[in-house]
Design a protein around this ligand. Structure first.
Ligand code: SAH
Ligand code: SF4
Length: 390
């Protein structure tokens, strides 16, 4: 089975001075880059730790290295961060950055703090080749894959902004978890996502364990098993509908990989168990998928799967063709799912005042006219033709 992904990758390995960014190199690649400069193998561990454990961005601060070594590194390399186009903080503590990459493309990254932990919602692509109807990212045309470096830099930048590098005590951190739920479909940029997550999980560096990382997919079935086997991260699946008829419409990748195939790949997901459940995301759309009958069908579909269900109130954006159901409707839905023995937390809308849902920052200033809506429809058609979904 082929994987269709028309997104290209931009390779910003050199800065404007022709220096190479060390962020995004695997541990072995870092070793090779240092060896090419004539540095000894043991330096790799030291420098990796300075970059990823201490968060150093300047070779001059690497006090365990002799001055000539630091100078040599600074002459050839940089430790880069993306630039910040916007930095917004919600009343509830949610913080959202719009980050600009070296080619001017922008992606979002959102930090959602909780009592004693916090998740960072990380983007995997600029835009998305898919066209889920409730998602603003799905209406954006411009798409490229993010490089591994650009994925890792989102986490580094958030840790900078939260000032959580040592000596800040690790147990007090509010960036403890990573969710690959920002812009883009991570399993359509698997190689870069996998490389980035391996860097993030590396024990001598950022060291966020696979149990604290969740990858969300709209259902790229042929990549799901590989993701579990190679990365072992938690899986979240954007289900959103209980019949193929509806899912074909709102999550169009379903036309390629229908619900039955998707659930089979979930049943076979390596490492899932009752202690480590797969999360099924279900966005609540008024009058579309929010009836008690939908809730009962959902429970039936997931029978026998180690699952938890995350009910997501639809977060409206200007021009969106849906509304969020009344709270009582969401609660009734949740009660049915709960009664069947599934945990089904309703995701509290966070950061609504800064439009912190997927793909929404750039839409904040938009008010669509009929002509603009027609344009979005034509972008969606074009993208679906590219995916072979028409
Ligand atoms: N492409 C992947 C990961 C990014 S989207 C996927 O689809 O799973 C991550 C989540 O953002 C999805 O579950 C989607 O339901 C949610 N999302 C997108 N638009 C939303 C909106 N307008 N309101 C609430 N959640 C939204
Ligand atoms: Fe892409 Fe996910 Fe948005 Fe669908 S919900 S368009 S897969 S980012």
């Amino acid at each position: 089975m082929g994987i269709t992904n028309h997104a290209k990758t931009f390779a910003p390995t050199l800065d404007s001075d022709g220096k190479r960014n060390l962020i995004g190199l695997s541990y072995d690649e870092l070793g090779e880059a240092l060896a090419a400069l004539g540095l000894e193998a043991f330096r790799t561990k030291q420098i990796w730790s300075w970059i990823y454990h201490h968060g150093a961005t300047d070779f001059a601060t690497m006090s365990t290295l002799a001055k000539p070594v630091r100078d040599k590194l600074a002459a050839h390399f940089v430790i880069a961060r993306p630039s910040i186009s916007q930095d917004q903080q919600s009343e509830d503590g949610t913080r959202k950055w719009l980050l600009k990459m070296t080619d001017g493309q922008e992606v979002e990254c959102v930090h959602i703090p909780e009592e004693d932990r916090g998740a960072l919602c990380v983007s995997s692509q600029v835009g998305c080749t898919l066209t889920c109807r409730f998602c603003h990212t799905g209406t954006q045309r411009l798409v490229r894959n993010l490089e591994a470096s650009e994925i890792v830099m989102q986490i580094m930048l958030a840790r900078d902004a939260l000032k959580e590098w040592p000596p800040f005590p690790a147990e007090d951190r509010r960036l403890t978890n990573i969710v690959m739920m920002g812009m883009g479909e991570p399993l359509y940029n698997y190689d870069n996502v996998a490389k980035a997550l391996r860097i993030v999980m590396h024990g001598e560096g950022i060291a966020i364990s696979k149990r604290k990382i969740t990858l969300s997919t709209s259902g790229v079935v042929p990549m799901i098993h590989r993701c579990g086997e190679e990365l072992g991260v938690n899986l979240a699946v954007s289900l959103h509908a209980v019949t193929d008829e509806l899912r074909d419409q709102i999550v169009p990748i379903n036309r390629k990989y229908p619900i039955r195939d998707l659930l089979k790949s979930c049943r076979d997901y390596p490492g899932s168990s009752n202690a480590r459940r797969i999360t099924f995301e279900y966005i609540m759309l008024k009058g579309v998928n929010d009836s008690p009958a939908d809730a009962r069908q959902l429970v039936k579909l997931l029978r026998g799967l180690p699952a938890k269900i995350n009910l997501i109130p639809f977060n409206p954006w200007p021009g969106a063709p849906f509304e969020c159901p009344d709270w009582s409707v969401i609660e009734t839905f949740g009660d049915i799912v709960n009664a069947a023995g599934y945990a089904s937390p309703i995701r509290t809308p966070r950061g609504r005042d800064i439009m912190a849902a997927c793909g929404q920052l750039k839409s904040a200033s938009l008010r669509f006219s009929a002509a603009e809506k027609a344009k979005i429809e034509s972008i969606i058609k074009e993208k679906e033709a590219g995916q072979g979904l028409n």
